[in-house]
Design a binder for this molecule. Structure first.
Ligand code: NAD
Length: 258
């Protein structure tokens, strides 16, 4: 049976790797971002071409509740089902609490936390009707522990961990699972974009920020790869993972073991 996978925020980084991985396994994939550019559409086309899968780009701004819900409806209309939902879209901003811009706080809570509520609420009835579903929330090591200057991000990611557990209890008897993946530092555009802010916040050069701020917490001293996150998501979507529900898998090189 061909499953349909919706991956929010999947035109770059971790989401794009997840879309490739699930397409390679034969899923129909929905690629999403808010920008609706030629590159966004090309990302879906290249997934389809590379894996011989069906892939569609659907624009939806994850900061807008109605668009989150419309994404699920549009995906189901396009492919007939909405079997796998990966809540991946996320943004970051780094600043001390007392200087944290209100609009950045609101955007991070909306995109990194509330969007998952809206997409999940829209997807569950379709998954229940099919008697099968997988919801995977891309949280973070920051869903388990904090770092300074990331108050909104850490709050949103801790929030998504609670949301994951709550949804898991609600859908446990419907053939659906809901879990989180908690990556450590993965070298993606999101992380690249943090480096200048971190350099400013810590008064350090680029190499020192990477070594002492980012990989300082990661005992392996290596970035996680996007493929390693995609493989973890793929496992959680498999039949072997049917009894894994309401928990998380850390892929953080040992960061949160300390
Ligand atoms: P990225 O910046 O490469 O990708 C983010 C994606 O989200 C992009 O496709 C972007 O278009 C999309 N997006 C942003 N705002 C959106 C909006 N309003 N509506 C729809 N889409 C939107 O980032 P990434 O590093 O691949 O991060 C993906 C997820 O992984 C995020 O939730 C992030 O918090 C989480 N994460 C990343 C790391 C890391 O080290 N990169 C670590 C832990 C967790």
């Amino acid at each position: 049976m061909t499953r349909t996978a919706i991956i929010t925020g999947s035109t770059s980084g971790i989401g794009l790797a997840i879309a490739h991985r699930l397409a390679a396994q034969g899923c129909n994939v929905v690629v999403n971002s808010f920008s609706d550019t030629a590159e966004d559409h090309a990302a879906a086309e290249s997934i389809a071409a590379r894996h011989g899968a069906r892939a569609a780009y659907i624009k939806a701004d994850m900061s807008k509740p109605a668009e989150c819900r419309a994404l699920i409806a549009a995906a189901a209309e396009r492919f007939g089902t909405a079997d796998i939902l990966v809540n991946n879209a996320g943004i970051q901003h780094v600043a001390p609490v007392e200087a944290f811009p209100v609009e950045k706080w609101d955007a991070i809570i909306a995109i990194n936390l509330s969007s998952a509520f809206h997409t999940t609420a829209a997807a569950i009835p379709l998954m229940k009707a099919a008697g099968w579903g997988r919801i995977v929330n891309i949280a973070s090591a920051h869903g388990l522990v904090a770092s300074p200057f990331k108050s909104a991000y850490v709050s949103a990611k801790h929030g998504i961990m609670g949301f994951t557990k709550t949804v898991a209890l609600e859908i446990a008897r419907d053939g659906i699972t809901c879990n989180a993946v908690c990556p450590g530092y993965v070298l993606t555009p999101l992380v690249e974009a943090q480096i200048p802010d971190q350099m400013k916040a810590h008064d350090m050069d680029r190499e020192t920020v990477i070594r002492e701020v980012m990989l300082e917490k990661q005992p392996t001293k290596e970035f996680v790869t996007v493929e390693q996150i995609a493989a973890t998501v793929s496992f959680l979507c498999s039949e072997d993972a049917a009894q894994i529900n309401g928990t998380h898998i850390s892929v953080d090189g040992g960061w949160t073991a300390e």
